[in-house]
Design a protein around this ligand. Structure first.
Ligand SMILES: [Zn+2]
Length: 227
């Protein structure tokens, strides 16, 4: 028997394409008749729908509005264009900070997914790897182990003192994850957040300044001057 089914990215387990099974819906405004499996609505009807991810069993809500009269339809990928999607929640997080190179973004996204799927040590190892890739990419002239690179970047002023501390923290926590020490979800969240802000510092902020400079909006290009 057909049933209401949608294919979406999951905001909880971050699976990119997974099936969502319909759990329930209720009317916000309009006529709408809801039968066990099919839906009959008039154009303009607005209703809540609740769906469960088939990968992680957590739920998302989607508010739909019927764009035309609908009679005994199943909501699925072939009929979803009969509705406009007013809102869905929670939203799929924008996981990777802007301007991070694809190669590094892929490892960071894997770290985020490991955390979402309850694999904290996987998240820890990947975050340490992301830091190592980012430091090598941004400061190619600085050589040595990750520990030595962070020290040298701090001494030369290329990393601010706070960033040096964050980088060592990511390295330390990542080493714990690699060496099989007990590793908690709290530590995974700590290292993931520190790594996110390192990426913002190393890529997103310089990317914004480069974009502003390229459009003539930067402070060196006739901006508001020294005031
Ligand atoms: Zn899921």
């Amino acid at each position: 028997m057909p049933q209401h089914n949608l294919i979406r990215p999951c905001p909880h387990c971050l699976t990119e394409r997974t099936a969502f099974t319909h759990i329930s819906h209720n009317l916000i405004a309009g006529y709408l008749r809801i039968d066990t499996e099919s839906i009959t609505a008039r154009a303009g009807d607005v209703f809540n729908t609740l769906w469960a991810c088939n990968s992680c069993n957590r739920s998302v809500g989607i508010i739909l509005k019927a764009l035309e009269d609908i009679s005994h339809q199943y909501i699925d990928e072939s009929t979803i264009n009969l509705f406009s999607e007013i809102e869905s929640y929670p939203r799929v997080p924008d996981s990777v900070p802007a301007h991070v190179p694809d190669r590094i973004a892929r490892f960071y996204l894997d770290a985020v997914k490991n955390q979402a799927m309850g694999i904290p040590h996987g998240c820890g190892k990947l975050c340490r790897h992301v830091l190592e890739l980012a430091v090598k990419d941004r400061f190619q002239e600085t050589k040595g182990t990750l520990y030595e690179r962070i020290l040298k970047l701090g001494q030369s002023g290329k990393l601010l003192p706070d960033m040096v501390e964050w980088a060592h923290e990511i390295r330390d926590i990542g080493n714990d994850a690699t060496h099989g020490d007990a590793f908690t979800e709290e530590e995974a969240e700590d290292i993931r957040l520190l790594t996110e802000y390192m990426l913002v510092y190393l890529y997103t902020l310089p990317g914004i300044l480069a974009r502003r400079a390229s459009t003539g909006a930067g402070s060196g290009q006739g901006g508001s001057g020294a005031s």
